[in-house]
Design a protein around this ligand. Structure first.
Ligand code: AMP
Length: 325
């Protein structure tokens, strides 16, 4: 037997999706085996703003028996988003990233018109992460003029951001359910950065019997601790320094619990005092809740979420930790 190694290289594309394989030719009683090592299939990411084209692409993948992951985003992508896409690429045959600034999740006096956008940079990040399709619809593609149907959640959306932004989760759940219907993914990826959003989506998926695995992903931070966020770009140099107070407060709360504190009000008071030490910070909320039901707690027990929302100047930032106590 003669073994010859052949390495096949695709013209571009950093991802190996097909398995290596053996191939042989027979000449009389001699077989020559070729070990074909695939360095990568021809990989080309596509972009579309059309629901119809997205559905057609997904149908084609389904016909080939491929699994599909979805990463919903509002664009202006950073390493936090990228971590979700990379995880989705590992766990699914094909990955769709939606890139849509969803108007109905913004309140009347919020930052919809100034929300940062850069579709070219987003395209590059998605391609580098190995996504297969970027769905970036126009507002008119997602919402007809007389759009009239919304998803309402209760309880899990009542506290924290739901209290400060009363129509926010109605907008989030409506767009996410629409995306689920457009893409019909096997798995959908959400960051713990928006811990209440993750809990609300999980509850919606459970309550409405969606056959989609909701995958939570850890918070990605800057080297100095600030949680990465598209909204960090709003911050001036001074505000950027002041914003570090969020991760300081979150770390301190987490440590206090690790050191044995079980009185929720003591942990909240400590986090609050740290936030109040920063003159540029104006607290929206500091709370400890059950991490799944998002109900306030008095005693730290089970899976607990410690969450803060703080205005630094006019920019509202959030951060959190989850502990098992
Ligand atoms: P957004 O574009 O802000 O709506 O975020 C899209 C998804 O990315 C959400 O599931 C977020 O929770 C997630 N995400 C945003 N920032 C981070 C981060 N720093 N670490 C992990 N996930 C994040």
């Amino acid at each position: 037997m003669i073994l010859i190694l052949i390495q096949m290289t695709a013209p571009y594309g950093p991802y190996i999706r097909d398995k290596d394989f053996f191939w042989y030719v027979r000449a009389k009683r001699v077989r020559i085996f070729f070990y074909v090592k695939r360095k990568g299939e021809v990989y080309k990411m596509e972009m579309t703003g059309s629901i119809k084209e997205t559905r057609a692409k997904i149908k084609e993948w389904r016909r080939q028996g491929l699994s599909v992951g979805l990463v919903p985003t509002m664009g202006y992508l950073h390493e936090g988003h990228k971590s979700l896409i990379v995880k989705a690429v590992k766990e699914n045959d094909r990955v769709v990233v939606s890139d849509f600034v969803n108007p109905i999740q913004f309140g009347a006096n919020e930052d919809l018109s100034t929300y940062p956008r850069d579709i070219e940079a987003d395209r590059n990040l998605c391609e580098a992460a190995g996504a297969d399709l970027v769905f970036y619809p126009a507002v008119e593609e997602m919402y007809q003029k007389d759009f009239s149907t919304f998803v309402e959640t209760e309880r899990v959306s009542a506290e924290l951001c739901g209290k400060s932004r009363p129509t926010h989760f109605r907008g989030v759940c409506t767009v996410v359910l629409k995306l689920f219907h457009i893409v019909s993914p096997d798995r959908a990826y959400f960051g713990q950065k928006d811990a209440q959003q993750l809990a609300v989506i999980r509850r919606m998926a459970r309550d409405l019997d969606l056959d989609i695995e909701i995958v939570g992903c850890p918070i990605i931070r800057e080297a100095d601790g600030l949680a990465k966020s598209s909204r960090n770009t709003y911050l001036s140099e001074m505000e950027r320094k002041a914003a570090l107070i969020l991760s300081k407060a979150v770390l301190a709360g987490e440590k206090m619990i690790a050191d044995g504190e079980r009185d929720a009000s003591a942990v909240i008071a400590h986090m609050r005092s740290i936030l109040e030490s920063e003159p540029l910070a104006k607290i929206d909320y500091v709370e400890l809740t059950d991490a799944d039901s998002i109900e306030k707690i008095q005693t730290v027990k089970g899976r607990v979420l410690g969450a803060v929302a703080v205005f630094i100047g006019t920019t509202r930032l959030i951060d959190n930790f989850i502990v098992e106590a």
